[in-house]
Design a protein around this ligand. Structure first.
Ligand code: FAD
Ligand code: DHB
Length: 395
């Protein structure tokens, strides 16, 4: 097989890239490890920045999003049992964010790609990247469309490594090329989906002595809730009634606000880390999304950052194919990293502002409360939060 761009991974990065390339008349083939059903059902992020929503509309994949997405013009920060609203429309030039589950985005993108007769090879195993520092890189892999999964070869001009944190692309870069910057957090999130109408129209981020909590949603009937927990928390120790009891304590307000309960349909623990590799390129391989960087989930930036990377990559590939210029490709990593580091800073800042750290002392606790007080009373500080939350301008 031969294509112009081989894309490893059908997550948000790989799928958005393929549609952006298609719009530019550039061919691609996506190799995906899992089944279509698996990637369309995997529960992950749920909050789309303003620019991500605009891009879905521009790409013609925003029809369900327009009908089902929930636009939010603000969030609540809750501390000391009181809520404080950050009004995005006022503070971030009328912008808002939209709640729409990541796996719904995936369904829309997969459907658009297949409808355009562009290939996604699901259940591809043993993807191996070759000749990255030449002008004719290629990928070998096995696919069940071939008898007994015989080895196949995909020749291409470029490879986009969009295969997430545990993928093979980053690992294919020779030792000594990449510098890694990382920080682990001594906690995780226990996340649930509950069949219960959300008790609030907007997201609530809670700072509490017992630890962070977050109320989000997926629809007018489904609430998404998160609790700070141990990084290796044993879900077996969290029967539903213990989860509700802990959530009620953390969300409690002085005015008797109540969380709505309902049957819990999904439970999982997510780890937290900040991670960046530099550069995001080696030869003809370009890393995008979680393959190159991870943010802790506070502020919901992971998916959105993947989308901004592939916007830069598509433009650079477009310039290569239309004008023969490699300039934008050469700047790809530096262009992305400027935004990546600002988003890393914001995600780290939200995380350290709202979570309890095991070695916190009373000074740290007072400092967090002072920061929250400042951010909810100073227009300059709340504007800074708002412009980061709705999404910084694209590079
Ligand atoms: P991914 O979505 O990871 O996609 C990579 C794709 O590559 C996958 O489909 C994978 O199957 C495929 N792949 C992997 N290896 C190979 C291989 N060898 N060959 C072929 N294909 C391969 N972000 C938020 O903003 N808010 C959240 O609440 C949130 N919750 C999360 C919960 C979990 C459990 C996880 C893991 C992530 C969460 N994130 C969240 C992060 C967000 O989902 C990611 O940042 C986003 O999915 C990144 O998109 P991506 O396309 O770069 O990578
Ligand atoms: C969601 C996840 C987040 O990490 C966040 O900050 C806001 C919302 C969500 O899954 O809805």
């Amino acid at each position: 097989m031969r294509t112009q761009v081989a894309i490893i991974g059908a997550g948000p990065a790989g799928l958005f890239l393929s549609l952006l390339l298609k719009r530019l008349g550039i061919e691609s083939v996506i190799l995906e490890l899992h089944t279509r059903q698996y990637i369309e059902e995997r529960v992950r992020a749920g909050l789309l920045e303003y620019n991500t929503v605009q891009l879905m509309h521009e790409l013609g994949v925003g029809e369900r999003l327009r009908r089902q997405g929930l636009e939010h013009g603000g969030i609540e920060l809750r501390f000391n049992g009181r809520s404080h609203r950050i009004d995005f429309r006022d503070l971030a030039a009328g912008k808002c964010v939209t709640i729409y589950a990541q796996h719904e985005v995936i369904k829309d993108l997969v459907a658009a790609r297949l409808a355009a007769n562009c290939p996604i090879l699901f259940e591809t195993t043993d993807a191996t990247l070759h000749a990255l520092d030449s002008t004719s890189p290629y990928v070998t892999f096995r696919h069940n469309s071939q008898k007994e999964g015989a080895a196949e070869r995909l020749d291409c001009d470029f490879i986009a490594g969009c295969d997430g944190f545990h993928g093979v692309s980053r690992a294919a870069i020779p030792a000594g090329v990449l510098t890694t910057y990382e920080r682990d957090y001594p906690f995780g999130w226990l996340g649930i989906l509950a069949q219960a109408p959300p008790a609030s129209k907007e997201l609530i981020y809670v700072h509490h002595d017992r630890g962070f909590a977050l109320l989000s949603m997926r629809s007018p009937e489904i609430t998404r809730l998160y609790l700070q927990c141990a990084p290796d928390e044993d879900l077996g120790l969290w029967p539903d009634d213990r989860i509700w009891s802990e959530l009620h304590k953390r969300f409690a307000t002085r005015d008797g606000w109540r969380l709505t309960e309902g049957p819990i349909t999904q439970k999982a623990v997510t780890g937290m880390r900040s991670f960046v590799v530099e550069p995001m390129q080696f030869g003809r391989l370009f890393l995008a999304g979680d393959a190159a960087h991870i943010v802790p989930p506070t502020g919901a930036k992971g998916l959105n950052l993947a989308v901004s990377d592939v916007g830069v990559l598509a433009e650079a590939l477009g310039s290569f194919y239309s004008r023969g210029s490699s300039d934008l490709l050469a700047q790809y990593s530096a262009t992305c990293l400027r935004r990546v580091w600002k988003v890393q800073r914001f995600s780290w800042w939200m995380t350290q502002l709202l979570h309890r750290f095991p070695d916190d002392n009373p000074f740290d606790h007072r400092r967090q409360l002072a920061d929250l007080d400042y951010v909810t009373t100073s227009r300059a500080a709340s504007q800074s939060l708002a412009e980061n939350y709705v999404g910084l301008p694209l590079p």
